[in-house]
Design a protein around this ligand. Structure first.
Ligand code: GLN
Length: 226
């Protein structure tokens, strides 16, 4: 083997941003870092530069919208979500939906769904439920915290997760809780609050088309992450 062949350059880690104005951004950051990504917080327009993908976390969508406007991030983010891969969870889904109720500024509308905010009740009504998610190989454990309910799904939107159809789930059995429209993924639950990385991995590799580095370099990237 020649020197050239043996000195293969290491695969560059995907650069993933996590919108970090408010909410559970730290958990998304940890999930992407565990998969070997170079993860950065996004709080200002310049933080979007050079990113391969973005996560929009759960939290409070009204607060996030106000902070997006205050930080002059609203317009740059609107442009980013029109062209780049985005994984949105819970409040993030609300921000991307075409129709969402009672927001202080328009949602970005790149995901052709309608959502009802806080449709399952208050914080104390948060719950866990088993999901059917064939894109990640089957059953997934869903954590729901003041989640929105998806009440309408547009023609170009694929369903990637539903509540399981067990009798225990009652009227909610089969409810749509995860969608994908091209580069955009919206999940009403919180995979970042579990140690199950399948949704983050699927988003990076299958949706965003990124290649993940080997585990050894993942450790190095995690150590160097800010
Ligand atoms: N209920 C919140 C909102 O309307 C979303 C909750 C969450 O992100 N876990 O923004």
């Amino acid at each position: 083997m020649s020197v050239r062949e043996s000195a293969k350059p290491a695969l560059a880690a995907p650069r993933v941003g996590v919108l970090a104005l408010q909410g559970d951004f730290a958990c998304h950051r940890a999930s992407f870092a565990a998969l070997g990504c170079d993860v950065g917080r996004v709080t200002l327009p310049a933080d979007l530069e050079g990113l391969d993908a973005l996560a929009m976390p759960g939290g409070e969508s009204t607060t996030m919208l106000r902070l997006l406007v205050a930080n002059r991030l609203y317009d740059p983010l609107a442009e980013f979500v029109r062209t780049k891969p985005v994984l949105a969870t819970c409040a993030g889904v609300i921000l991307l939906a075409r129709e969402a109720d009672l927001l202080p500024a328009p949602s970005f509308g790149v995901l052709d769904i309608g959502v009802d905010r806080n449709a399952y009740g208050r914080q104390i009504d948060s719950f866990h439920a088993d999901l059917d998610a064939p894109v990640v190989g089957g059953t997934f454990h869903g954590v729901f915290i003041r989640a929105p309910r998806i009440r309408r799904v547009g023609a170009g939107v694929d369903i990637v997760a539903r509540r399981t159809r067990t009798p225990a789930d009652g009227a909610a059995a089969g409810e749509i809780v995860g969608v994908r429209a091209g580069r955009i993924v919206g999940l009403c639950f919180h995979p970042e609050l579990t140690s199950d990385l399948r949704f983050h991995r699927w988003f990076l590799t299958e949706v965003a088309g990124l290649r993940l580095p080997a585990v050894e370099s993942a450790v190095a990237v995690r150590r160097g992450a800010r």
